[in-house]
Design a binder for this molecule. Structure first.
Ligand SMILES: [Fe+2]
Ligand SMILES: [Fe+2]
Length: 310
């Protein structure tokens, strides 16, 4: 890395600190503000819930689907932010002695991710209060975190950048005018995005820094591990699509027969793959950074793995 890049990188850590201080929000005072959810509102925008994919459902049923997906959204973020935070704390060790600006940027990142986990736990509880009993999310954040952190740092940072970039796209989806969308859920997207914007910059800086120390062999192995992580995410999404489709069928107030139940499960999975895999993988910034680090052949390996998740 030349001197100019070093200056601009350290400037980027400093700017992340400034932005983090400027946008910092409080869970109760800024986001929740004493509000409750209302079952008359959609929680996820149509562009994320892929409401058009649920072809057999009425508008009211599609709204119920968006509420189930909203609760799952809170749970999935609570899950991924556990390992993201642990990885950031691990990386911060490189700066304990030395670059105190980079250290502060990562410490703030970690502090924000702890707050986001609290936010998503709160959202899960608040949605639980207004939806019928029987919803399940049986994935343990610590168990998943241990498995993810067993992979190389390169692979974990690739997945992390992917995730933190797609939160920005999710925010953009939610600001489209939609009079039926919950104002509180819109704010969840807005406030989360405000802090995630800095995280995505820091992920990229740390990923590129870490990549520079890898041999070609290690990077090649890390590409496979990234593919394994995406497949593991997909395994979680498949199980949750099944659980959420089953919950919908049990609670929607009418009989759902086998063929329709299968179509509903497929639509849930399509929406979850869009939300948690493809919206990040197709993000222009993610593609740009990834392709700057890997060979064309490695890129093809990733693309063909992603193509199996359609
Ligand atoms: Fe977050
Ligand atoms: Fe984040």
């Amino acid at each position: 890395m030349n001197a100019i890049n070093q200056i601009s990188d350290s400037d980027r850590y400093a700017r992340c600190i400034q932005s983090s201080k400027r946008v910092r929000w409080d869970l109760d005072e800024d986001v929740i503000r004493g509000r409750r959810f209302d079952a008359a509102h959609k929680f996820l925008p149509d562009g994320l819930s892929l409401s058009d994919a649920f072809t057999t459902l009425s508008p009211d049923e599609k709204r119920f689907v968006s509420q189930i997906q909203g609760r799952t959204y809170a749970n999935v973020f609570g899950l991924v932010e556990r390992f993201i935070n642990a990885k950031i704390l691990e990386l911060s060790r490189d700066y304990w002695l030395g670059d105190q600006v980079a250290l502060e940027a990562l410490v703030r990142f970690s502090d924000e991710e702890l707050k986001h986990q609290a936010l998503f736990r709160r959202i899960d509880t608040m949605v639980r209060d207004i939806l019928p009993d029987g919803y399940r999310f049986d994935v343990d954040s610590d168990t998943v975190g241990r498995a993810v952190l067993g992979k190389s740092t390169w692979a974990v940072l690739a997945l992390t950048l992917d995730i933190e970039l797609f939160t920005q796209l999710h925010y953009l989806q939610s600001i489209k005018p939609d009079t039926e969308l919950s104002e509180l859920f819109k704010d969840v997207f807005l406030y989360h995005w405000k802090e995630e914007s800095q995280h995505a910059i820091l992920d990229e800086l740390e990923w590129v820094r870490h990549d520079a120390g890898l041999t070609e062999e290690k990077r090649d192995r890390a590409v496979d591990e990234f593919i394994e992580l995406v497949a593991a995410v997909d395994g979680i999404l498949q199980a949750q699509a099944k659980a959420d489709a089953g919950y919908f069928a049990a609670k929607c107030g009418r009989a759902v027969h086998d063929a329709e139940a299968q179509a509903i499960e497929a639509a849930f999975l399509k929406a979850y793959r869009w939300q948690y895999i493809h919206s990040g993988a197709q993000h222009a910034r993610f593609g740009k950074v990834l392709s700057s680090l890997i060979t064309e052949k490695q890129g093809q390996r990733i693309q063909s793995a992603l193509a199996t998740l359609q």
